[in-house]
Ligand binder design. Sequence first.
Ligand SMILES: Cc1cc2nc3c(=O)[nH]c(=O)nc-3n(C[C@H](O)[C@H](O)[C@H](O)COP(=O)(O)OP(=O)(O)OC[C@H]3O[C@@H](n4cnc5c(N)ncnc54)[C@H](O)[C@@H]3O)c2cc1C
Length: 441
Amino acid sequence: MVIGGGYAGVAAALRIAGKAARRRVPVSVALVNPSPLFVERIRLHELAAGRAPRRLELARLLGARRVELVVGRARRIDAAARAVEVELAGEEAALAADAQGAAAADAAARTRRLDYDALVYAPGSAAAPEIVPGGGEHALSVADAASALALRDRLRAARPGGTVAVVGGGLTAIEAAAEIAEAFPALRVALVTRGRVGEGLSERGRAYVARALRELGVTTLERTRASRVDAHGLLVAPEGGEAAARGAGAVERAASPERFAADLVVLAAGFRPAALAGSSGLATVAGGRLAVDRRLRAPAHPEIWGAGDAAAALDGDGAPLRMGCATALPQAAYAADSVVAALAGDAPPPPFRFAFAVQCISLGRRRGLIQRVDPRDRPIERALTGRVGAWVKELVCRYTIAALRFEQLRPHRGGSPAQAPRPRRALDAGDGERLPSGAAT
Ligand SMILES: Cc1cc2nc3c(=O)[nH]c(=O)nc-3n(C[C@H](O)[C@H](O)[C@H](O)COP(=O)(O)OP(=O)(O)OC[C@H]3O[C@@H](n4cnc5c(N)ncnc54)[C@H](O)[C@@H]3O)c2cc1C
């Protein structure tokens, strides 16, 4: 069972199904996701800026490996019973309610309980509006598809000359500010951040980002804390000294809390991990990410693996790896290999290790920065910039989908489930619904 149909979940599900087939381990794989569509999260700032997304249907992505798609939201993991309660959505919910009669068309009818032998926990992360008080009511984000579409509609409706304030100075905030400024040149875009814009970049990388933002007309307000969002913009205050205003010059230096008027506020200062692990009683760290050991397993539940934003895989220093597609995909591959090894009765793979290589930032469609970093994500003074940077970043985005297609299409030599030997662990214990055996690859 895989919870989450993002980069980590889809990659893990396809790889488990494909590898199990090659190993002739009969396994039924199901993936639970609230939407029937795959969301390319790393392009949501593009969606907000008005670019049409590619339509990627999860059923088609997963179908090649006969992974069952359950459209719904996992509400609780009953780790003791090895089952997941899923609140069905869309057509699945309608069919379930219909099957049980109109009178039973209530929450219970829309709930499905699924047993698992192995669980990959990958429900990702979402916007974190609580980062700035008032954010939930008055700010928009690019963290999920619905928010990005809402932002797109508000940007299209904004009056010429209106101001958009993007809060945050990390990679997502930079990408969002640049994309919006390029797509909506009639709007004034400001980036408001504690510390400096692109804190994790090298001097050269930061200088390039500053230049690109200036060229796009983005004003940057650094070392500035946004303390509240309301219908009229932000309250901002200098952080540990004077705020520095640069760029198009539309921003005055910030003094002790003062108003920064904005028609739209976009919060892009961090993501919040899915809360499901914590609300299901599993151990969490780092603000709610599933705690996992060096083999990406939940400490008290070795049959649960975590991957992606929702889990806290550790780097070489013992700190949680930063959230990112770049970290999610290798974790998913590792978790999948571990699941297949466990189901086949093999020894687990050696502990998970991860080394960073680059940070990739788009700055609109014509500029990009590919920042070299050392294995621990510390920047080194080597970078690709400009159109070449934009091109490489585009290739990286395409690679994420290509990586999923690779798992989908990689040839396998497995026989049919009927020919395959029985797995070493029973697949039919428990009182929940079994996954259909026909789904085995
Ligand atoms: C605008 C933007 C730009 C980005 N750019 C980059 C970049 O350039 N490089 C990079 O490395 N990273 C980037 N990221 C971060 C990257 O998108 C995430 O780190 C990545 O999506 C994590 O993958 P994931 O599979 O863990 O989670 P997600 O992609 O978030 O997928 C999780 C899935 O689980 C589903 N889900 C949630 N709760 C439940 C539940 N209870 N039951 C069932 N399903 C559930 C969600 O709906 C979603 O479909 C960017 C993010 C954004 C928003």
